[in-house]
Design a protein around this ligand. Structure first.
Ligand SMILES: Cc1ncc(COP(=O)(O)O)c(C=O)c1O
Length: 370
């Protein structure tokens, strides 16, 4: 087999693969001087609503802000606890903190997403909400989480930063809870050329408050109704996202095809624990933001792949949220900690070819044959 280089993610190609169309969009937006809160943004918000089925969407500066604004709009107060996953980006927990609350990270379940039983066990007198993360583009078993929330009268904000287009039992990630945030960071399944995010909600009161918070307290008619700040999605980024949303289903299809290839080529290896294949069960429709598996001798496997020109990633600094002692966490969550000792992401993006996948899987197998 010939030697090749398979980067984990090739950032210049986010621009270069669509360069002509992007330059045309920049030229069009530039000529119109349409930089802030313009028609492209309005169209993108409408497209996001119709794509997800949510009643309302608002573009924000990034998903972290979207999560924070959602909790602020809900009215999180000092000492209010929100239960979140520990297998997530720190942004999930920091959004709770900066909105004024206390993040309470809990264990993951067998699906490596937040464990609904652990959520229920963590509920106490100060708990006001739950924030599940739809990690790697797979939606949690949201029926269980929503019934716990209803039973205990808790709010739910979904961290759907990685999950636009992912579904559980036919329903889109982000449409189960009170609100959800989606990220358009360049490496996301739907990415723009910088920071970007969106909030979706079916609650019109919450939408009004989030909308005001993200634009200096102004409502959709531009009237000041409350204190707010600036966390707007640039109109230029919205124009690029509009263009990319048009091809989004094909993007998801390709990512699912890559996941199927990995499954086919690595599925019989006992040293690996792969994520569920696209056709593993009919309840989940996963968009494979990442292809994260657990591997025996993970660090040596990573090194072997690097020596062969293959980029991999151990996500989030190799730690669960609760393992950042510098942030004051002292809880132990053995399942999360074990997961972070074994997890590794293989290349999963629109820039890799079938031959790249063959090469990557061959090198993985080679490592365990040695
Ligand atoms: C699970 C999760 N939550 C939140 C975020 C934050 O998104 P953003 O970078 O748009 O603020 C990310 C982004 O990587 C993420 O993966």
């Amino acid at each position: 087999m010939t030697t090749r280089s398979v980067p984990f993610f090739d950032y210049p190609r986010v621009y270069l693969d669509d360069r002509e169309d992007i330059l045309r969009i920049i030229d069009d937006v530039g000529h119109r001087g349409a930089f802030i809160m313009q028609q492209d943004l309005v169209e993108f918000e409408a497209a996001l609503e119709s794509y997800t089925g949510a009643s309302h969407a608002v573009g924000v500066a990034n998903a972290t802000d979207g999560l924070e604004l959602s909790w602020m709009a809900i009215g999180l107060g000092p000492g209010d606890e929100v239960i979140c996953c520990s297998h997530t980006m720190l942004a999930t927990a920091s959004a709770i903190k900066t909105a004024g609350g206390v993040p309470v990270p809990v264990e993951l379940g067998e699906d490596n997403l937040i464990d609904p039983d652990a959520v229920e066990d963590a509920i106490g007198p100060s708990t006001v909400g739950i924030m599940p993360t739809q990690v790697n583009g797979r939606t949690c078993k949201m029926d269980k989480i929503m019934s716990i929330a209803e039973k205990h009268k808790l709010c739910v904000v979904e961290d759907a930063a990685q999950a636009l287009g992912s579904k559980y039992k036919g329903k889109h990630a982000g449409t189960f809870g009170d609100a959800a945030a989606i990220s358009f960071f360049p490496a996301k399944v739907l990415g723009c050329l910088g920071d970007g995010g969106g909030v979706i909600t079916n609650n019109s009161g919450l939408f009004d408050r989030i909308y005001q918070l993200h634009d200096h307290g102004r409502n959709v008619d531009g009237e000041v109704r409350s204190w707010g700040r600036n966390s707007r999605l640039d109109n230029l980024q919205a124009a690029i996202l509009n263009y990319r949303l048009g091809e989004y289903d094909q993007v998801i299809e390709r990512r699912r095809a890559i996941a199927s290839m990995y499954q086919q080529l690595l599925g019989d290896m006992e040293e690996l624990q792969l994520p569920p294949a696209p056709d593993a069960d009919s309840d989940h429709f996963d968009v494979y933001q990442n292809y994260e598996l657990q591997a025996k001798s993970r660090d040596r496997l990573k090194q072997h792949l690097a020596e062969n020109g293959i980029g991999t990633l151990i996500q989030w600094g190799g730690k669960g949220v609760h393992q950042w002692e510098s942030l004051g966490f002292s809880v132990r969550l053995p399942k999360v900690e074990r997961f972070f000792e074994r997890c590794i992401m293989l290349p999963m993006n629109m820039f890799i070819s079938d031959q790249d996948i063959q090469f990557v899987t061959e090198k993985v197998k080679e490592f365990y044959r040695k």
